[in-house]
Design a protein around this ligand. Structure first.
Ligand code: AMP
Ligand code: MG
Length: 309
């Protein structure tokens, strides 16, 4: 079996596999990541092939500490320093000008690189042991749901990787916030657990507004993404007798009651959609959560999961 417990020996062998250009799956606090040496073009190419991901969709580079940032990026602006000291290790990805050592296949042809320090202890241990920057996009097939536990990983991914480290259920359950620091104003390219308000509080100034220019700057942002096989339908109330995610008392056993707190909702979203998807249903109805700012990342993923194109 390729799914391994994260013992010290297995962490070392996973790090060795990464060093030697192989592809593995590691847990992070956001979602499980398909991990490889970020500066090894062949390994990165392999990650794109396994996921079926278009080559212009850049990967996030994971490092073990803030000090490693200078190996990857040309400059470390004061804003990056301030945000990193507040949110790293954690689910905030910063986009900065790349160093020539970072291959274009990792950055989808861009002169910028997206980078973060994850806070899952297993991810950190593997990255530190490997001694290299680690590219780790979500361990799903392109446009599908990201796995938030080892047993949610698609068999089509499992059969193509060297090993999987089981780090339990992901604490956050949604992909990281992506913040572009290469323009005059910082722009959120993808909302996540670190909110606009969190970022603004550190920077002490307003953020630029996306997304029109940021869509061009972040080519991996596709309309349909993070989606189950079934059609997700966003509704005010899940119809009686239909499968779905409710915020209220479920009418039957095919309806899942979601937490009222946005962080807990996010942590349960993908696995709940996956659970309903496994029943072979054609539709999954999702009751729209409140519109408050702390729900922004959940709304972003629900919108993408429900887009049918
Ligand atoms: P994933 O690795 O699946 O979590 O997705 C990473 C996402 O981060 C990409 O789809 C892009 O939207 C964004 N991203 C990564 N690198 C860059 C970059 N250099 N510039 C802008 N956005 C990026
Ligand atoms: Mg992804």
């Amino acid at each position: 079996m390729k799914i391994l417990q994260p013992s010290p020996e297995n962490i070392v062998s996973t790090a060795r596999a990464i060093q030697s250009g192989r592809v593995v799956v590691i847990p992070t606090e956001t979602v499980y990541g398909l991990a490889c040496h970020a500066l090894d073009s062949r390994a990165v190419q392999h990650v794109f092939e396994i996921k079926g991901r278009p080559p212009d969709n850049p990967l996030i580079v994971h490092i073990g500490s803030f000090d490693q940032l200078v190996d990857i990026t040309e400059v470390v602006p004061p804003a990056a320093k301030a945000l990193a000291s507040r949110f790293w290790p954690g689910p905030l990805t910063l986009v900065l000008p790349k160093r020539p050592t970072v291959p274009y296949c990792t950055t989808g042809g861009l002169d910028t690189v997206a980078v973060r320090v994850p806070r899952h202890p297993v991810a950190l241990a593997v990255i530190k042991e490997s001694g290299c920057p680690v590219a780790a996009p979500s361990a799903n097939l392109f446009t599908r749901l990201s796995p938030t536990s080892a047993h949610e990983i698609d068999p089509a991914i499992l059969c193509q990787v060297d090993m999987v480290l089981d780090g339990g259920q992901c604490e956050i359950g949604l992909e990281s916030t992506v913040l572009d620091l290469t323009s005059d104003e910082p722009i959120v390219l993808r909302p996540g657990a670190v909110t606009r308000a969190d970022i603004q509080a550190v920077l002490g100034r307003p953020l630029g507004s996306g997304p029109p220019s940021s869509v061009r700057k972040s080519p991996g942002q596709y309309a349909r993404h993070y989606a189950p096989r079934a059609q997700v339908k966003l509704v005010d109330r899940v119809p009686v007798g239909q499968p779905g995610l409710t915020l209220d008392r479920p009418a039957d056993e095919r309806q899942i009651r979601m937490p009222a707190d946005p962080a807990a909702y996010a942590a349960n979203l993908y696995r709940s959609l996956q659970r309903l998807d496994e029943t072979g249903t054609e539709d999954i109805f999702v009751e729209l959560p409140p519109r408050d700012p702390e729900w922004e990342a959940v709304h972003d993923r629900l919108k993408k999961a429900s887009t049918w194109a």
